[in-house]
Write a protein that binds this ligand. Structure first.
Ligand code: ADP
Ligand code: ZN
Length: 218
């Protein structure tokens, strides 16, 4: 099963992706997580990406495409994958199409998660992320707090608020989304695999995706 998740920051792409990973054994590929771990490790790519990320801007397409080019051939993508945070521009979507065509891979669902600005703001300011780059578990101080405040359930590292989750950075990320990423909805909307769903809680979204995919494979 191969899925693309679209939607504004804070729409819950990560949570839905995690659920699908557990249910269907497919790999979650989050370009945001990959970039954050490159930044933490001080790699060349991380150094190049860091400033854009802190400001809430997009990292240049060329860097992202370098990460994604050979990603689908890795062993962990055997059962499929769920793309969370990629593509983010029309150019990335066009490049993805070319890459997948070259591998004879087809996308089963392109899912747009709809969320109001209110919901997005509330979610982004209440989010906490595990500081361990190898874990990056996501929590929410209201809806999904860790068992011990400030400590990751999974690995025991401190949970932190990301640099790009300050109010200014959040405003910038939303503006960037409107300008660069929202046009992807038009790009995909006539695709038979396209589905747009309100993102309230992750379970019904995951159910709906599973239903669409099984319907389409019949
Ligand atoms: P969000 O919560 O905004 O969905 P992500 O974790 O997906 O956050 O991404 C964090 C940051 O990483 C983005 O603000 C952007 O700077 C960069 N980034 C992630 N994916 C991409 C991409 N596909 N293209 C360009 N920049 C990206
Ligand atoms: Zn952790």
């Amino acid at each position: 099963m191969r899925i693309i998740l679209l939607g504004p920051p804070g729409a819950g792409k990560g949570t839905v992706a995690e659920l699908l990973t557990v249910r269907h054994g497919i790999k979650q590929i989050s370009t945001g997580d990959i970039l954050r771990s490159e930044v933490k490790n001080g790699t060349e790519l991380g150094t190049a990406a860091e400033g854009y990320m802190r400001r809430g801007e997009l990292v240049p397409d060329s860097l992202i495409l370098k990460i994604m080019e050979n990603r689908f051939l890795e062993e962990d993508c055997r059962k499929g994958f769920i793309l969370d945070g990629f593509p983010r521009t029309i150019l990335q979507a066009q490049s993805l199409k070319t890459i997948l065509a070259g591998l004879s891979m087809k996308i089963d669902a392109v899912v747009n998660l709809e969320a109001s600005d209110d919901l997005i703001l509330r979610r982004l300011t209440s989010r906490r992320t595990c500081s361990n780059p190898g874990c990056q578990a996501i929590y929410n101080i209201y809806t999904k707090p860790p068992k011990v405040e400030g400590i990751c359930d999974r690995c025991g590292s401190p949970t932190i608020q990301r640099d790009d989750e300050t109010p200014e950075a959040i405003r910038q990320r939303l503006a960037t989304y409107q300008e660069k990423t929202a046009p992807l909805i038009d790009y995909y909307k006539n695709d038979p695999a396209f589905l747009s769903i309100p993102s309230l809680t992750p379970e019904p979204v995951a159910d709906e995706i599973a239903r669409l995919v099984s319907e389409r494979s019949r």
